[in-house]
Design a protein. Structure first.
Length: 253
């Protein structure tokens, strides 16, 4: 019986991870660097922490750049820096975001200011990053975009109604961009729930564990669980695009 030739993994040479100084972004950066990628850590305000992340990554050539989701100038400047340094980009992981918890039933507490800020950071911001880096991604090798979404987009349950709406927009945008950017760039959403990070202010580990007890897999999702799904989209799902990948211990069921 002849041997089956297995093609090599499509490991990206250069990757940008927004929100890369903590949580899912940091775990994703570590995974990709360990595979041999050069990783650009995009951060908002914690420059020292971003530098620490860069210093701890496997390999060399990594760097940190300020990329604030609500500041178009930082996005444009980062694109110029990456173009000058690398000439192209093989993968973009949009994991930068924030949320302001507001009880779903308290419509009055969800002010216009909170709503607009939430949508700007979690939906408009990722789109602005894609727009700025499109040309570099189209020059890349087997390029992919992974938008970190949330199962809240599917269940309608999240830290606020604005956050739910923004993440639903991210999933819709993923599908639309997959059509627009094909065949040069694949586009995915990875959709976690209840990840063990400090992303949601006031959410405790105990609360996450109580929620996990009711889920089919009975497990609290870690940042690395999500990172492995992100890496799988980039490296392994080379014949897929425009899909939303739940990483939620079966919560969507």
């Amino acid at each position: 019986m002849p041997l089956i030739e297995i093609p090599p993994l499509a490991v990206p040479r250069t990757v940008l991870v927004t929100g890369g100084s903590s949580g899912i972004g940091r775990a994703t950066a570590a995974r990709l660097a360990a595979l041999g990628s050069i990783v650009v850590i995009g951060y908002n305000s914690r420059a020292t922490l971003a530098d620490e992340v860069v210093a701890g990554l496997a390999g060399s050539g990594h760097l940190a750049l300020r990329i604030a989701m609500g500041d178009a100038e930082t996005i444009t400047a980062a694109a110029a820096t990456i173009e000058q340094r690398f000439g192209s980009l093989d993968a973009l992981v949009n994991s930068g975001g924030s949320t302001t918890p507001v009880a779903a039933g308290d419509l009055d507490a969800l002010s216009d200011a909170i709503f607009d800020q939430t949508v700007m950071i979690n939906l408009r911001g990722p789109f602005a990053v894609v727009r700025a880096f499109r040309a570099l991604l189209e020059r890349g090798n087997g390029a992919a975009i992974v938008n970190v979404s949330s199962i809240a987009a599917r269940t309608g349950l999240g830290s606020s109604l604005a956050y739910v709406a923004a993440k639903a927009g991210v999933d819709a945008l993923t599908i639309a961009l997959a059509k627009v950017l094909a065949p040069r760039v694949r586009v995915f959403s990875v959709s976690p729930a209840g990840v063990d990070t400090g992303f949601v202010p006031g959410r405790t580990r105990e609360r996450l564990e109580k929620t996990a007890e009711r889920l089919p897999l009975g497990h609290v999702t870690t940042p690395d669980d999500v990172a492995r799904a992100v890496v799988a989209c980039i490296v392994n799902l080379t014949s897929s695009t425009g899909i939303v990948v739940p990483v939620d211990e079966g919560r969507h069921l």
